[in-house]
Every structure is written in C-alpha cells, then in structure tokens.
Design a protein around this ligand. Structure first.
Ligand SMILES: O=P(O)(O)OC[C@@]1(O)O[C@H](CO)[C@@H](O)[C@@H]1O
Length: 309
C-alpha cells in the first residue's frame, strides 16, 4: 500500500463569492467542506486511480471528527490518523467566481504535545513495514520539531521505502538534506530554497542539496523533473482555468502511483501533469475531473532536457 503523511491535516472549506474585494463584506454563494491537508488530497487521488492507500498524521477535536467521518466512505482509503487533544485546523479557499482567482487562508493547526509526537513516530515506523512508497506532505503543526521531515525521511530510507517530500521553508531545507528519493516543490518553494528564479537551474540546485530526484511543479508550464535517469519537462496542451488548490497534490499522486506501477519517468510525468491540470478543472482540492484527465493525458508533451548542469 501507499502511505501518505499529513501532520497538519485540515478541514478544507471552499467559499465561492461573485467578486472578492478587501475591506468589503461578501455573500458566499456556495460552500464545500472536505478532508484536506496535502497528504489527504494525495490519498484521495491515489485511491481514485485504484491504489489502496493509508493516511496518517494527526486528527483532533470536532474538526478532526468531521474529517475522519468524511474519510470513512472513500473506497481504498484506510484511516490511521493519530488522535491529539487539540483541534484539527480549518483552511479556507475563497474562489472569486468573476476572475477565477483563489485566495487561501490556512490556520496554524493544533499544538502537538511531545507524547503525541512520540505516539505518531511509533505508528509511522509500524506503517512503513507494509508500505510500497510514502509521501510526506504539507506544513508542520506547532510543537512538531522543525527537523521532523528529516527524521521521517531517514526512517523511510532505513526501512527501504521510497520517500517523497512535499513541504516548504526550513522543514524542506532540513528534509532534503536527509536524502529523500523525491521532492516536489512548486516555483515559490524552489526559489525560497535555492534563491534562484530560473526553474532548471533551481531544480538542479535543489537536487544537489540531497534529493535523488526533484520534480518542480511550475503551474501552466507543467512539471520539470531532474533525476539521475534524465531531465524532462512535461507540459499540458493548454493553460487550464479553474481552482489550482490541490493541483500539486495531484501531481504527487501521479508520481507515486506511477512509481509503484514501475512506469518509466516520461509516463509518470505525463500522468502527473494531466492529473494536475484536471484538478484545476475540478471545483475543490483533492478531486480531479476524470474526463479532463483522460482527454489531457495523451496530449501532455514530455520533452527531454539536456542533462549537463
Ligand atoms: O498549510 P499547508 O499544509 O502547507 O497546506 C494546506 C493546504 O492549503 O494545502 C492543500 C492544497 O495543496 C489544501 O487542501 C490544504 O488545506
């Protein structure tokens, strides 16, 4: 099974408003609520592709219960979230229906006590024993050590489980130095990590920091992969309009599912880019428009880039 880790799970609220203006009061025309946090989005897409997936991380309070109830009915997802005393956070995505722009508001999350962190570590070590691949996704809640991902990467490597890291800031900087198999930064995370705004140079620099392979998600420009096997760019046929929340998570789902199916890199990247674009077409994070995915998949252009650094 595939394992996804979401230390800072969230109840994702999506508000749709006709036009979002600062300092104004707004009537929300539509509200949706979904289990969220990046690893849960990855899990939903992986499960929709037919793979069994286990989710772990923390859940607590009324929001945690709502999130776990919503996970219950999803086929192929096993809930292995660790209970905590604090309440799972909410995130709010406000979609301006006039422009299509999305504004994201993310709460910090509950404070995790040292004993809760230790309980998670024990559960994680146990889950690794039956995992074919693991994704470590999203921000850290308060109380979790900043080197947490570095620790989790080392544990996965010790258990010979391929590990993908998708986070930002200092947790990414430390995590990448622990030599994960894959990292999947977006353009901003890559620039923050390397100081470079030139995607190919920044992706190569990120790889030199310790990851075996780096797959950068570059919005409409698709994905750029720098791996020992080669360097590739996967570009969807046209710019897709919609809500980009969760598009990077769907790319992670494409990469992980392709890895466990032993797909060659270009096929994995095509799948990841098509899923990512099809997620922009779906109204809420962690879901993709299946018809759009099937239509886009054969039309993603995967080109090989020169490997010289
Ligand atoms: O605060 P984090 O953990 O970085 O990101 C959380 C989050 O904004 O990311 C997802 C989209 O990728 C949302 O579903 C989710 O709630």
């Amino acid at each position: 099974m595939i394992l996804t880790v979401t230390l800072n799970t969230a109840l994702d609220i999506t508000y749709r408003v006709p036009s979002l203006r600062p300092h104004a009061s707004h009537r929300v025309t539509e509200v949706t609520e979904r289990p969220g946090g990046k690893g849960l989005n990855v899990a939903r897409v992986v499960a929709a592709l037919g793979h069994p997936v286990t989710v772990t991380g923390f859940a607590g309070g009324g929001t945690g219960r709502a999130l776990q109830n919503a996970l219950t009915g999803i086929p192929r997802i096993t809930d292995a979230l660790v209970p905590v005393a604090g309440a799972t956070r909410r995130t709010v995505a406000v979609v301006d229906t006039a422009t299509g722009d999305t504004t994201q508001l993310n709460e910090p999350g509950p404070v995790i006590a040292p004993a809760e962190w230790s309980a998670f570590l024990e559960a994680y070590e146990h889950l690794l024993q039956s995992s074919s691949a693991v994704a470590l996704c999203g921000s850290l809640p308060p109380g979790v050590p900043v080197g947490a991902y570095a620790h989790l990467v080392r544990a996965a490597r010790a258990a010979s489980v391929p590990v993908l890291l998708d986070t930002s800031g200092e947790p990414l900087r430390r995590g990448i130095a622990a030599r994960p198999d894959f990292v999947k930064p977006n353009a901003d995370e890559l620039a923050e990590l390397t100081g470079s705004h030139e995607p190919l140079q920044a992706t190569r620099d990120a790889r030199r920091r310790g990851a075996r392979a780096v797959v950068a998600s570059l919005g409409a420009q698709g994905l750029l992969a720098v791996a020992p096997e080669g360097h590739w760019q996967a570009t969807p046929p046209s710019r897709v309009a919609g809500n980009p929340t969760g598009a990077g998570d769907s790319a992670v789902a494409g990469l992980l599912s392709g890895l466990v199916e032993h797909l060659p890199w270009p096929d994995r990247l095509a799948r990841a880019a098509a899923l990512s674009a099809a997620t922009v077409r779906a109204p809420v994070a962690g879901e993709f428009d299946r018809a759009a995915y099937e239509e886009l998949l054969p039309r993603v252009a995967v080109t090989e880039r020169a490997t010289a650094a």
